[in-house]
Write a protein that binds this ligand. Structure first.
Ligand code: RUQ
Ligand code: CUA
Length: 664
């Protein structure tokens, strides 16, 4: 047995190796020929004339950068990198005291994360463009980003989990955003031999309730599933709304050399979860409240500050206690992606190691449950007979299927990592319609609205792990890349390559008109409730509290107030609380201070942020605006006089020789 599976593993490894060699030959074939090269009108199709706007936004995960990148489609232009799970000196995110609490976790301040799957909020199964959620894999967290401000507003840590991978996908009315653990762990965490994993570790699937008005998240319950690896997930929709589907691998519960030991079972499972049933069970007092310490970080747009709420318990549900809510659907070996078509009927397991794609039927699943067509159980959870739930198998469509998205015309589009291609196939008759090579080793793909009842039938973005010769070299580290296809016709047409930040795992796309009109332009100064805000220059001042010096500072084209400060001493901790008094669109100002051990601040109109500086040396030290804001930007500067510790230089702050707000 073991030998056979070892050879399968070898086959996969060999295929992987072949893929890495493939670029040279496939590239040769594409150069100068019509096949693979882009058709002559492709340039027109991606050309967005100067001053014109793209038709779609694409939110592409930054992977190991921890961030979320915002691109325009079809141009592939990068507009913004939204800091989410990693510090970002460009935006002071995770550096200034206002945003630092966003990165608090039960493990302390964690300045980096691994972001994977963005998903846009929905109403009635259609993208509503209010928020985009994204998961952090390494230190399990889910973030919610506002699509008005394009800023991270909330991050909730997910306890009892490790490798938060099968997330962050939303149900069709954004009732829940889910988070499933990729790595099984002891729950609660404890000191125990690793070899005793089997039967003793758990796989938590967390259902996080989203407040329909504010978007605020709260962990409603965690289902304590058997200790498998829960890889990906997608919600049911339409007829299957109320269910959620998770792919599993390592149902062997191996704890070592998983590449072999987790490939023993011919079939793993898709776990089908009736969350409506479990919700009802919990609402009626079911489940058990257990202690769990986790951070819930919330941004407040009124006070312009984040704060951490420490949560201390979570409701856990034993899956065997809610009868009829959870089933296992046998699925070809070690599936990766788990995707549901727009009608909610077909649930697709992407076999990864198998050359087959498993298509399950929701209708058949319901009948099988009624008929009790089970093939035993696993840890008390019924396993539905394969034939009883399976709609069909798409055999040998390519090598290494990973992820599938859909259009509204009954077509599915699947990525094949090993054979480096996207394959278009018809779900109903399981026939391949078209295939197109990608460069190279594609992971996810995205069709705007792909995880909804109403995908757009226009574009497809393939996200590739390897680019090699596609771009100018940049040393050993080369960019990863996205490729844009036009899918409006029968054949997929490759239009454009564009590089991405970090690793583009998944992405979420949406028509621009659902977001652009409500994009925020400024923060209203009179609504600013930051405790250190100033509403005018007259309110600016400097206040000493022991060794803390608080500068209530303002900025406007093209000066700071005050801009001369004396009486600061070595050993002081200086807080520049700076309010941008501008009330015009696109007029931020920045501030930086020589020797500050933190990033600059780039402050949007009407907003207040704080820069902390601990002067180490006596002298007169300049600060300046970091953003070229006006013709007199270079004049936007000031000085702080730093006297020796214990000196009695009086505290003094002026603008043009006068104390701001005082009559001459
Ligand atoms: S993964 S390449 Cu994080 Cu979604 Cu599949
Ligand atoms: Cu303000 Cu430059």
């Amino acid at each position: 047995m073991k030998i056979i599976f070892k050879s399968i593993a070898t086959f996969v490894v060999t295929a992987l190796f072949l893929t890495s060699c493939a670029p040279t030959s496939s590239n040769k074939e594409t150069k100068g020929t019509a096949k693979g090269a882009i058709a002559s009108n492709a340039a027109e199709k991606v050309y967005v004339a100067p001053g014109k706007h793209d038709s779609h936004y694409a939110f592409i995960s930054g992977g190991f950068s921890g961030q979320l990148a915002v691109y325009g489609l079809p141009s592939g232009r990068l507009f913004r990198v939204i800091p989410v799970f990693s510090q970002d000196p460009e935006k002071a995110y995770g550096y200034n005291p206002e945003t630092k609490p966003m990165l608090n976790t039960s493990h302390g301040f964690v300045p980096w994360g691994d972001s994977h799957h963005p998903d846009i909020s929905q109403t009635n199964g259609t993208l509503d463009g209010r928020w985009v959620f994204i998961n952090e894999n390494n230190t399990p967290r889910i973030a919610r980003i506002s699509l008005e401000t394009f800023e991270t507003e909330e991050i909730i840590e997910v306890p009892n989990s490790a490798g938060n991978h099968s997330s962050s996908f939303v149900t069709e009315n954004t009732e829940y955003v889910v988070a499933g653990t990729r790595f099984a762990v002891p729950v609660p965490q404890r000191d125990m031999p690793i070899s005793e994993m089997k039967g003793n570790f758990k796989g938590a699937l967390s259902f996080i309730k989203v407040d329909p008005k504010t978007g605020h998240m709260k962990i409603a319950f965690q289902i304590m599933m058997p200790g498998f690896n829960y890889d990906l997930s997608h919600p049911g929709r339409g007829k299957s709304h109320g269910w959620f589907f998770f792919s599993t691998y390592n149902t062997e519960e191996a704890n070592t050399l998983l590449e072999v030991n987790a490939s023993q079972n011919d079939k793993d499972f898709i776990a089908a979860i009736n969350w409506k049933k479990i919700e009802e069970y919990v609402n009626n007092g079911g489940g058990k409240k257990v202690p769990a310490k986790y951070a819930h970080n919330l941004w407040n747009d009124d006070t312009h500050q984040a704060k951490t709420i420490w949560e201390n318990e979570v409701t856990i549900v034993d899956p065997t206690e809610v009868k009829g809510a959870i089933y296992f659907l046998p699925t070809a070996k070690s599936p990766h992606g788990c995707d549901v078509d727009p009608t909610g009927e077909y649930i697709i397991g992407n076999g990864k190691l198998a050359a087959a794609m498993t298509v399950h039927s929701f209708t058949k699943m319901q009948k099988a449950i009624k008929d009790k067509a089970f093939d035993g159980e696993k840890y008390g959870i019924p396993v539905i007979k394969f034939e009883a739930v399976n709609y069909g198998v798409l055999d040998q469509p390519g090598l290494g299927p990973l992820h599938t998205e859909f259009d509204t015309r009954g077509n599915a589009y699947t990525t094949f990592f090993i054979s480096s291609e996207v394959v278009k196939w018809n779900i109903k008759d399981l026939k391949v319609i078209d295939r197109h090579p990608v460069y190279y080793s594609v992971g996810h793909l995205m069709i705007p609205g792909g995880n909804s009842r109403t995908p757009d039938d226009k574009y497809l973005v393939a996200m590739n792990k390897i680019t090699k010769d596609r771009y100018l070299p940049t040393g050993p580290e080369v960019c990863q890349s996205a490729q844009l296809f036009d899918i409006s016709g029968k054949k997929m047409e490759l239009l454009l390559d564009f590089p991405t930040i970090g690793e583009p795992h998944y992405a979420a796309g949406i028509a621009a008109d659902k977001i652009a009109p409500k994009s925020k332009k400024i923060y209203k100064l009179d609504e600013n409730k930051h405790p250190y805000a100033v509403k005018s220059e007259a309110e600016t001042k400097v206040v000493r509290k022991g060794n803390e010096v608080h500068i209530y500072m303002s900025m406007i084209r093209s000066h700071f107030s005050p801009d001369n400060i004396e009486g600061v001493k070595v050993g002081d901790k200086v807080f520049f609380h700076v309010t941008n008094l501008e009330q015009d669109y696109d007029v931020p100002h920045g501030i930086s201070m020589i020797g500050a051990n933190t990033s600059e601040l780039l402050i949007m109109p009407g907003r207040t942020e704080t820069l902390v500086w601990e002067p180490k040396e006596v002298g007169v030290w300049p600060f300046y605006c970091t953003d070229f804001c006006s013709a007199l930007h270079q004049e936007m500067q000031g000085y702080v006089r730093v006297s020796p510790k214990g000196s009695n230089t009086p505290l003094k702050f002026t603008l043009d020789g006068d104390v701001p707000g005082e009559e001459e």
